[in-house]
Write a protein that binds this ligand. Sequence first.
Ligand code: 13P
Length: 247
Amino acid sequence: MKTLIAANWKMHGNLSWLQKPADFRRLFPAKNTNIDILLCPPAHMLQAMVRACDGQDIAIGAQNCHDQIKGAFTGELSADMIAETGAKYVIIGHSERRAIFGDNDAWVAAKTSAAQKACLKPIVCVGESREEREAGKAEEVVGTQLAGSIPANADGENLVIAYEPVWAIGTGLTPTIEDIATIHDHIRGCLTIRFGNKIASKIQILYGGSVKPENAIEILALKDVAGALIGGAGLEMQSLAAIASEV
Ligand code: 13P
């Protein structure tokens, strides 16, 4: 399975950041390896970023989409609109969207289907809060989110899952390596029960939450971790390249 190193820029960056793909390739020149590199910039630079990545073997993704094709949804972008920019991926159900913008499991599932119909690869995010982990409910919460957020048509390659414990995002805290392994194993188990081993074994499961060059080697070495969804450390190409070098 290929490793996906994905940077979620959230609401950071401006058009001067169009330079970053070239900067990344200066630091990490190896192309067409078993590592896929993905940058998810704010929507206003999607199309220009796709152009800036021409020949760089770097994919571009959006950070959200709407579940409808078109309509009176002020401020929203449909999956087709995102696909039209040349982007290939879209992050769906990030914990910030779930917490701030009301994305729930049903909506995440609808957005995921919309993304698939538009030939985008959705990266569906799940993860427990601090209270849920402390109450020993991390596996239960993640299992419920998966069941509600993943549409029935998974074929192994038409979506990616990102496990992002909410309390690890932007805090510098990470679960222990054993805890990451346990949840990823649990996710694989849930997918196997629902879709069967042939499909479940092909689904990439990323880890996200305070990934940085110092901890990437240990996390990415885990059997069921097929990459990372990176926030803060993905804003600087130096640290993103350092993480990619650990694969
Ligand atoms: P940090 O890497 O800054 O913790 O953010 C993770 C994240 O939310 C990626 O989607």
